[in-house]
Design a protein around this ligand. Structure first.
Ligand code: NDP
Length: 334
């Protein structure tokens, strides 16, 4: 349950667990809804924005006292909607609960291919995968040989951006917050170089070391000091895909960005996006990524915790870098 609006870092006590709810596993005969059994839930940084009272954001705030909403993989248990039938596997908008009634299933996709881990539909085959695909290919228009930098590079989105960049023939460097993550970037995902940004006193100097000729493409996941250092190191006509600013999400007031004049002098393109606007490209993305997964040309790391009661701590962990790869919560396996 979402207890109340949050100031600063969320705590587990902001998301108390209610074990007393009852479930009717049959919808009323006149219902148009879909009844879901939730299997895997996705922990995503944007959920923090829904804990603010702020009106006018691209997502409605959560309602205090109500179930937390998010994305997940579920099984249809009953359906009054002609697009879904009992037994279908779906991914999309659901609740942080064992069973959910979805009255308006606009953001629910039927899962066609079950030849891959089902949890992948919270990650590489779901919203984060689409985010990496759109933000990298559509916004950055990468070319072979270009210099690419990715922040929060080992996460749900970043690990894919790096691998897409390698498949395009780019030189790729990633930053992450632990040695374990840096090792993953270099040894598992095939980044050319990686560094722990928490150990660098001078981010500008670190970027100069890894990009002596500058950066063509920056895939922005974090904002703050990293963005300031990146702006100094961009090449002329570079592109910045502004995907996320996680370093700012728990601040009461967003910090300003220094070095912004570089956008003019270096003729940079900065483009922000909200991935839900671009799901018309989802079939095209699946067509590209599914063979890459099945042929082993791309890999995907998940951080899986068991049990709905552990979802709050898993979500909070995103903001201190506790997760290694895509953070998934298992509610039930079938
Ligand atoms: P991740 O799986 O990457 O998890 C978040 C990671 O961010 C943490 O593991 C941590 O890694 C890093 N992090 C946390 N706090 C900070 C901080 N203060 N400074 C720097 N890094 C920090 O999340 P996702 O891949 O799901 O999301 C990545 C970004 O993409 C987020 O900003 C998210 O909001 C954005 N996003 C945007 C979408 C859109 O439509 N525009 C859609 C989906 C995601 P580390 O250990 O490396 O610090």
């Amino acid at each position: 349950i979402f207890k109340d609006y949050v100031n600063g870092f969320p705590k587990e006590s902001d998301m108390p667990f209610n074990s007393s709810a009852t479930v009717h596993l049959k919808l009323p005969d006149d219902s148009n809804a879909v009844l879901l059994k939730n299997l895997y839930l996705s922990c995503d940084p944007y959920m923090r924005a829904r804990m603010n009272k702020t009106e006018g954001s691209y997502f409605e705030p959560f309602t205090p006292g109500s179930t937390i909403l998010g994305l997940g993989v579920s099984k249809v248990v009953d359906s009054g909607n002609s697009n879904f039938k009992k037994g279908d596997l779906v991914w999309g908008g659901t609740g942080w609960e064992e069973y959910s009634i979805i009255n308006a299933p606009q953001f629910l996709f039927k899962i066609q291919d079950t030849d891959v881990p089902l949890s992948y539909y919270t990650g590489i085959l779901g919203m984060p995968g689409m985010t990496a695909y759109y933000g990298f290919y559509e916004i950055c228009a990468p070319k072979k040989g270009e210099y690419v930098f990715v922040s929060a590079a080992s996460g749900a989105v970043g690990q894919l951006v790096g691998q897409f960049a390698k498949l395009t023939g780019c030189y790729v460097v990633g930053s992450a917050g632990t040695k374990e993550k840096v090792d993953l970037l270099k040894n598992k995902f095939g980044f050319d170089e990686a560094f722990n940004y928490k150990e660098e006193q001078d981010l500008d100097a670190a970027l100069k070391k890894y990009f002596p000729e500058g950066i063509d493409i920056y895939f922005e996941n974090v904002g703050g000091k990293m963005l300031e250092a990146v702006l100094l190191n961009m090449r002329e006509n570079g592109r910045i895909s502004v995907c996320g600013l996680i370093s700012q999400y728990n601040l009461v007031e967003e910090e300003g960005v220094k070095n912004f004049f570089c956008v003019i002098t270096k003729r940079l393109l900065l483009k922000g996006f909200i991935i839900i606007d671009h799901f018309n490209l989802y079939p095209k993305y699946l067509e590209m990524v599914m063979p890459l997964i099945k042929e082993g040309k791309i890999c995907y790391i998940e951080d899986i915790v068991e049990g709905l009661e552990n979802a709050p701590s898993a979500l909070i962990g995103l903001f201190s870098g506790k997760n290694v790869g895509k953070q998934v919560v298992v509610v039930a396996r079938e």
